[in-house]
Design a protein around this ligand. Sequence first.
Ligand SMILES: [Mg+2]
Length: 284
Amino acid sequence: MTDSDILREAARRLGQHWLIFTDLDGTLLDHHSYSHAPVDKTLAELERREVPVIFNTSKTFAEVSAVREELGNRHPFIVENGSAIYIPRNYFPGTVGDATRHQNYDCCLLGQPVATIHHWLNDIRRDLKVDFASFAEMSTDEIAHATNLGAEQAARAARREFSEAIQWRGTDTQKELFRRAAEAAGFTTIQGGRFIHLLGQCDKGRATLRLASEYTAQLAQAFSVVAAGDGPNDVDMLAVANLAIVVRSPAHDFPKLPAGTKAVYTGAYGPEGWAEVVDFLLAQ
Ligand SMILES: [Mg+2]
């Protein structure tokens, strides 16, 4: 089958109601410039057809709030690699179970508070004598330099509530020891494009399923899940989707998906690839 045959069949299987869960960096936003221009028309069409686009990212609440405002997105979102789901107040007809109030949102916590993570990081640095810098320890300038972000964006990236981003400064062998120690202590480690993320026992996939079942329960109808991502930290989300859109990256290979994942791989890079596949699905 060609890619378009796979896509045509996928579109048929998706049925009428879908939710699109999408990574931001390197997927909806360009890996280098963070531009969203290539997806603007597609996002407007999805909004017109009432298909929710749900950001599912390693970014913080402060960062995602800024992106949502810029893109005019009004849907729930998932922050810090599945650590928490934010649902705008009164978005659903009923109340959201297990949620706490946070500004104008209901917040479902799936991960760990950042204070717990910092406590462990201090201990492990001493025990293993390893060298790394966390966002909490880096200046806004250093974060801006390491991420290619402007100063204001870097400050938002540093406001982490449920996870910590670490710039590794030791050897690969030490990194493996660190990773094993973190997992033994009940944390999850994720190798992102630029940083190692340390967080609670949560991931983008579990958060996707939790929010998708909230939609189904609240709106009393079935939804198909479309998920789009470009990196290894998207694999859990891509694996639980009815259709995974694996977005080509200029920085690394496609992530490796578990057998049985229903996936299409984009021809174009980043947001152009995202728009190419979603436009095709919308045209079916
Ligand atoms: Mg990405």
